[in-house]
Ligand binder design. Structure first.
Ligand code: BGC
Length: 249
């Protein structure tokens, strides 16, 4: 029987949700989304998550929620682009209480990487792969031979005297009205730094902006192989659902 699992991806600017066919490795329909409330507190965000979940009936098992923070045992430990009230909040327990079913919380870039390694751009790859998501911040997920090292926060690596994500995220591209050559010059510098430190074989570049990969691909430079995320902006939703399904056994 086909298993449909609910995946939710919480971002600094929008919250996306979709039903994922866990056997086929894809969304069963489109994504639905709502703006992230500001301030992005647990109390303000939970009703939005519940409303999105209510619009997607028919899911089974644990709900997977990708979240833009370090997540340890379901609890958010950082809050770079959401309200600081999240720090110390057990998001898994809170979501389970709100939705009335078990919830798995995990870092958003880790979720996106899980989807890409299983079904997308990293499928079948060995060695070291780093998924980099460009959105409000920069998220990273590090894999060695397909195994995730969770909660790497390499968007906060220092570059040019600041957090790298304050200089090279997709949000910065639009806020500073950078054209692709100007933005990709920053991305190249960031990838070079990551390469010097981790020597990955593969970078998978994701986030909604990766839908435009063909436009900026000729400008990208790296000593590692570069691939666009197969699932682009859907990867977090798909990976969250996959992780939730696996937690159900
Ligand atoms: C957060 C990460 C997150 C990334 C992408 C960063 O600011 O610290 O946990 O993965 O943004 O959302």
């Amino acid at each position: 029987m086909t298993r449909h699992v609910l995946g939710i991806d919480v971002g600094g600017s929008s919250i996306k949700a979709g039903l994922v066919d866990i056997d086929a490795g894809r969304l069963t329909g489109g994504l639905i989304a709502a703006p992230t409330p500001q301030p992005a507190t647990p109390a303000a965000m939970m009703p939005v998550i519940a409303e999105l979940a209510g619009r997607l009936p028919g899911a089974r098992g644990t709900v997977g929620i990708a979240f833009p923070s370090v997540i340890k045992q379901g609890t958010a430990r950082t809050a770079a682009n959401i309200d600081r009230a999240w720090i110390g909040t057990d998001g898994a327990a809170l979501a389970a209480g709100t939705l009335g079913r078990p919830a798995l919380f995990l870092n958003d870039a880790d979720a996106a990487g899980i989807a890409e390694m299983r079904w997308g751009a990293g499928r079948g790859s060995s060695g070291v792969a780093i998924m980099v998501t460009f959105g409000t911040g920069i998220g990273t997920a590090l894999f060695a031979d397909g195994r995730l090292f969770p909660n790497t926060e390499l968007g906060h690596m220092e570059l040019r005297g600041m957090d790298a994500e304050r200089w090279a995220s997709a949000h910065v591209r639009t806020a500073e009205r950078l054209d692709f050559p100007a933005w990709i010059a920053r991305v190249n510098e960031y990838l070079k730094r990551l390469h010097e430190l981790f020597w990955p074989d593969l970078f998978i570049l994701g986030g909604a902006v990766s839908e435009r990969y063909a436009e900026f691909a000729p400008l990208l430079r790296s000593a590692a192989q570069l691939r666009p995320a197969h699932f682009a902006g859907q990867a977090g939703v798909i990976g969250a659902a996959l992780a939730a399904a696996e937690s159900d056994g």
